[in-house]
Structure formats: C-alpha cells, structure tokens
Design a protein around this ligand. Structure first.
Ligand code: HEM
Length: 395
C-alpha cells in the first residue's frame, strides 16, 4: 500500500496559483488519501463517480460546522442548509424549490439584466481606472439576486454585509472574533428575512420568496426555518460565486490582451467564453462528500466516513479529459466542466449564473472595447473559494 500524500488542502490558501500543486497531486493518482485523513479526488472521471455515487452524502459535513454553535439563527441555518441535506430531506426540499425557482423565472430576467448591466457601465466606461470587481462584477449578481428574492434595492447593501459577515460560519480556520461576529450577523440576517417573509405571506408578489413560501408538493410545504435558511443561502450563493467567476475569468482575458480582442471582435462566442471561464478558473475549488459505506473510487478502497475532497478545479484541468488543459481555449471539445458539481446537489443557480456572466461579458465588450489591467492581481484561496479582492482596470 502506498503512503498517504503529504499534500495539505490548507497549503493552497497561501499561494497565488493552486494549479501546479493540484496537477502534481493528480500525477500521484486521481484519488489520493492524504496524511490529514481526507481523500483528494482530482481526476475528472473519478470526481464524476464520487458526485453521482448514492453511497456518498453531505449531512455529516454540517455536524462539523454545528460544533459549538449556540441555539439561534446560525445553528438553524446550518442544520437546514440545502447543500448539507441528504435523502429524504434533500429531494423533498429541492423538489419544492424547483417548483418556485423555474427556468421561466430566469429567462424572464434577461432584458432587465441587460439593461442593468448597461446602466452600471455607463458611468465607468472611459472614465479612468476603476475596480471591475466592486463596481460591476459584484453589482449585477447582487442586484439580480435581490430582484429575484424581492429584497428592496435600498436594503441590498445591508444584506451583503450580513452575508459577508456570516461567511466565516463555513470557514476552515476561523478566528474566534470573526465567528462571534458571524453568529450575531446570522441573527440580524434571519430577523430581516423573517420580516420580509411575513410581508410576502401577507401580500404575495411575483418574487421567488413569495413563490417559495407557497410552493407545495404532495401536500407538503417548506417549514419556516427551512425557508429562512434557503433564503440566506440563495442570497449568499447567488452573488459571491457569480462575482468571482466573472472576475476570475476577466483577469484571464485581460492578462493577454489578444484574448480580450477576440471577445470584442466577436471571434469567440460569448457562451463558450463563459464555459471556458468555468473550466479554467472556477470560483469553487472543491466540494466535500462523505461515503456512508466503504467504497472503491478509481481503484482505491475508501473507508466509510473518510471525508472526500472532490477538487472540481483539478478535474476541470485533467489531461485525461481535456487536451492541453492549461490552455484557455473557448469552444474546446471535451466534457462539461464540473464547476457546478454534478448529481443530486448540482448547483440550483447554474443557468442563472451563466446567463448573468454572459450578459456582463457582452455588455462590457460593447461598452469598454479598450479595457486593460491597471494594477497587480492578488489571488487568494479561502476554504473552497478562489478569487481576488479587486480587479483594477481602465478603458
Ligand atoms: C458561477 C456561479 C456559481 C458557481 C460556480 C456555483 C457552484 C456551486 C456548486 C459547486 C454547488 C454544489 C455544492 C456541492 O455539491 O456540495 C452549488 C450548489 C448550489 N448553488 Fe451554486 N454556484 C453558482 C451560482 C449560484 C447561484 C447564482 C445560485 C442561486 C441563485 C446558487 C445556488 C446554489 C444552491 C442553492 C446550491 C445547493 C444545491 C443543493 O444542495 O441541492 N448558485 N453551487
């Protein structure tokens, strides 16, 4: 039996580019037990197998985050978080959400998103250096998720603060002060959402929160605590990853100006550029799964309850799935990237996120054809998330 790998997931947090380390880990084997007790899955085929395995679930992951959380909103949210539910709760909640969060709802937002993207760019185009992340990549997804949920525009910034402050609840190495602030923020976040939910129940609108509160299947509805957890998850999941996908992808385009020119001149289809953003610079490096029984993955025997880290990022650059995986090549052949995961927990907002990124890219290419980088890039990995705090540009 080979010795466990010395790769430590935490090591990625301190470096700018995790891909060489992930490639080295994949070269050790697409499924590798780590000295830390995790099992890293880095091959595309093996990642798919793990994500679609009925033996693997997510509920025990919540237990890790619940440890030491006092009774209250943070605990309620974590106990009912959709991505940490297993059957029978997961299909029940997901079925109810799918009744309200429909493809029609996403399509209907299209013209409004296009107008909003253009309005955001109008004061920025040609007006000197600006931060593309703060001024644009954050703004559109945050406006969209607020519009979708029916959060009044005036309250959007407050909710973004709640969402940012509660993020450490899902952190890996969290400072005690941040954790206490996160617990307080979760109370405020839920109190806000509870009041909004009561308003919508009294006078339903055509927003998603109203639709979720009346969605019914087989005589069942979402419980209040489930609705609050879901609304908070949707608000946070709905804007942060979309912002990071767009920012990460734009940095790839702008760091080689010929790439940006190809977009501006229409040589690459916008949808294919966004698909390649997803493959090449996914904002979610990995997702976790727990096998409830001993399994075999890629020929490696894995014990029950050994936590799997499925590196979507590494799978997306597996040379067994993509030719020259470290080349950015929109329209390339190969399987769909795994950036939205796969199987039961496949991202609920995938089509919305893609639509948003496409709208943002199309509007930016039209308004700012001469866009260029105007400062250094500082990448970070925080837990599973990869991104930057700013993307300085001009043009
Ligand atoms: C580029 C943007 C996005 C990326 C890369 C992304 C990525 C992911 C991934 C990897 C998962 C699976 C987690 C797991 O399997 O453990 C997931 C689940 C989820 N995503 Fe997204 N997401 C994005 C945008 C969105 C948006 C816009 C929304 C909502 C409007 C959203 C809502 C959700 C929800 C609710 C789940 C949990 C689904 C479940 O457990 O059944 N995401 N997302």
């Amino acid at each position: 039996m080979t010795a466990p790998s010395t790769f430590d997931p935490g090591d990625l947090e301190g470096i700018a580019d995790p891909y060489p380390r992930l490639a080295a880990l994949r070269a050790e084997g697409p499924v590798r037990p780590l000295a830390s007790g995790f099992v890293a899955v880095t091959g595309h085929e093996e990642a798919l197998d793990a994500l679609r395995s009925p033996a693997c679930g997510t509920a025990p992951i919540a237990a890790r985050y619940l440890d030491g959380l006092p009774e209250g909103a943070a605990r309620d949210e974590m106990s009912h978080r959709i991505n940490f539910l297993d059957p029978p709760d997961h299909p029940r909640v997901r079925g109810l959400v799918s009744k309200a969060f429909t493809p029609r709802r996403v399509t209907a937002l299209g013209p409004w998103m296009e107008q909003t993207a253009d309005d955001l760019l109008e004061p920025l185009a040609g007006a000197g250096p600006f931060d593309l992340l703060a001024e644009y990549a954050h703004q559109l997804p945050s406006l969209v998720i607020s519009e979708l949920l029916g959060v009044p525009a005036a309250d959007r910034d407050t909710l973004t603060v709640f969402s940012d402050r509660t993020a450490p609840l899902l952190g890996v190495r969290v400072d005690e002060t941040d954790r206490e602030a996160a617990i307080v923020a979760a109370e405020e976040f839920h109190a806000y959402l509870a009041a909004l939910l009561d308003e919508r129940r009294a006078a339903p609108g055509d927003d998603l929160l109203s639709a979720l509160s009346v969605a019914e299947e087989n005589g069942e509805r979402l419980q209040r605590v489930e609705l609050l957890s879901l609304a908070a998850t949707l608000y946070s999941a709905g804007h942060r990853t979309t912002r990071d996908l767009f920012t990460n992808g734009m940095s790839v385009l702008l760091s080689e100006p010929a790439r940006w020119r190809s977009v501006v001149r229409g040589e690459w289809a916008i949808a294919e550029v966004v698909n390649e953003f997803l493959r090449y610079e996914t904002p979610t490096l990995f997702v976790a799964r727990i096998p409830y029984e001993p399994i075999e993955l890629g020929g490696v025997a894995i014990d029950a309850f050994a936590p799997l880290l499925v590196y979507l990022s590494a799978a997306n650059r597996d040379p067994a799935a993509y030719d020259d995986p470290d080349d950015f090549r929109p329209g390339r052949p190969g399987p769909a990237p795994l950036s939205f995961a796969f199987g039961a927990h496949y991202c609920l907002g995938a089509s919305l996120a893609k639509a948003e990124a496409e709208v943002m890219l199309r509007a930016l290419a039209a308004r700012c054809p001469d866009l260029r980088l105007a400062g250094d890039l500082h990448w970070h990995q925080r837990g599973p998330f990869r991104g930057m705090d700013a993307l300085p540009v001009e043009g």
